[in-house]
Every structure is written in structure tokens, then in C-alpha cells.
Design a protein around this ligand. Sequence first.
Ligand SMILES: C[S@@+](CC[C@H](N)C(=O)[O-])C[C@H]1O[C@@H](n2cnc3c(N)ncnc32)[C@H](O)[C@@H]1O
Length: 261
Amino acid sequence: MRLAPGDLFVTTRKKPTNAEEASAAALAKRHDLPLVAREGRSIAHHAREMGRPAALVVRVDAIHLVSGDARLGFHPNMAARRIAGRGIQGDHYIRVAGIRPGDHVLDCTCGMGADAISAANAVGETGRVVALEAAPILAEIVAAGMAGYGKGSAELRAAMRRVEIIATRAGDYLAALPPRSFDVVAFDPMFAWPQDGAHGLDLVRAFAVDDVPDAAVLTEACRVARRCVVMADGAPGPRLEALSIPIVSQDRRRWWGRIDV
Ligand SMILES: C[S@@+](CC[C@H](N)C(=O)[O-])C[C@H]1O[C@@H](n2cnc3c(N)ncnc32)[C@H](O)[C@@H]1O
């Protein structure tokens, strides 16, 4: 399911609080989307009335995407497993990027934010993680989810709250940064992702931007990085090869390249 702004409207749950109504109105205004008062009716009813198939349902702790039978929202599934299961030294991405406490990390492709949360856990309270997302609605959903998610370990929640999400294209953001502003600059574009369905990927696919980082963006990333630029690719790494990025790690589906600057 791919969604465009013309497919969406904004509403609340059936009995919203005043704060939820205000947040829904602000979200609708920010994205120029129609705001629909729920008035106790079903999402399906409003979808028919609006002629728009999908609703952004604003709650105090999250924004859900509801379309037909599907209800999708932010979930830190992968990050929770990565933080709890293997510790930061066992995390593939953290190891490849050499992320350590106190680092400043620029994640140029936030998506569901699993890498960003994992990095925020690895850099700790003295570090910083900025995560860029080119799809503005996805950025809203993930930022609201990271701010409101109340389950999981204290470590996971602290890491989520530290991620700074910015809705922008990576190329634009990088171009405005001074040289050597982040220790690590990371890319995990859509082409590096499996096509079949792990939990949470559907939400990203509904909105994701399919940019392929080019040589100009890579040059900017190398200018901004103090230590390294890392990029994921699907096996066998054709885009890493096209950009002459040395391959430093690979598993069956995913290859990682790194440029040390
Ligand atoms: C494969 S997902 C990233 C997954 C992420 N690493 C995680 O751990 O959840 C790629 C994301 O990057 C976003 N994206 C693509 N091109 C972008 C660009 N030029 N600037 C910022 N974000 C971009 C897509 O919209 C998508 O959400």
C-alpha cells in the first residue's frame, strides 16, 4: 500500500481528550490535510464520506495509520531486540559504524528508527543522534511514537527520547551543515531493505521516499563526517560498488560499506 497526501485525512479516537483534538488539528494544518471530527463514527464511515482511504488517528501517545482492516503505528520492535538481546557490541550496524559513547551520529534515512534508537543507546547521554526522514508524515508518526511509547526497558525508552527526528531530505540537510559536524553519517536507503514483511515495514513502505544516494550526496556526507560514512545495500552491494564505497561487512541479504574520512 503506497499512500499520497490526497489519500489521507486526520481524525482522533472516538472519545478524544481536548489535547488529542488540538494535536489532530495541528497535524492537519501542518500537512494541509482535512480534519474530521470523529463524532463517535467508525473510520470506515469517515473514509467513505471523505473519499479518502486512510486516516491518521491522533492519540495522546501515538499517531496510527488506519486503512481498511489495517492499523499501523510506530513500534520499536527491532530496536528493542537489538538493545536487549545482543548489547551494543553485538549490534551489526553499531559495530560497522564504530559508534561509541559520546558520538554524534547523523542517520540520513530514519524510517522506523531502529538504527537511530540503537545508535542513541550506544552514544548514551553524552552523545547525540539526529535522524532525517524525507517522508514528512512518516517523520510525524515515528517522532510521536518515540516520544509516547511507554513499554519496554528504561534503556530503550531513554534511547528513543534522545533521537532528534527532522523531516527533510538528507541532501538538503547535509549541504547546510558545517564540515566535520558529526562523527558518523549513516545511510540505509530503501534498496537495502528486504521486500517481504517484518513487523512495521508496511508503515515505512506506505510513505517511503526511494532516493538513491548519489556521488554528490556522498561527497557532502564525507565533508560533514569526522570519522566515517556508512551505507547499507542489498547483497551483493551493487550501489556500494557504483559509488566506490569499500564493503566492510556482509550477511546473506545486507551488505555494509564504509568510507573512513
Ligand atoms: C530502509 S528505511 C530506513 C530504516 C532505518 N534504518 C531503520 O532502522 O528503521 C529508509 C528510509 O529513508 C527515507 N529516505 C529515503 N531517501 C531519503 C532522503 N533523501 N533523505 C531522508 N530520508 C530518506 C525513506 O523514506 C525511508 O523511510
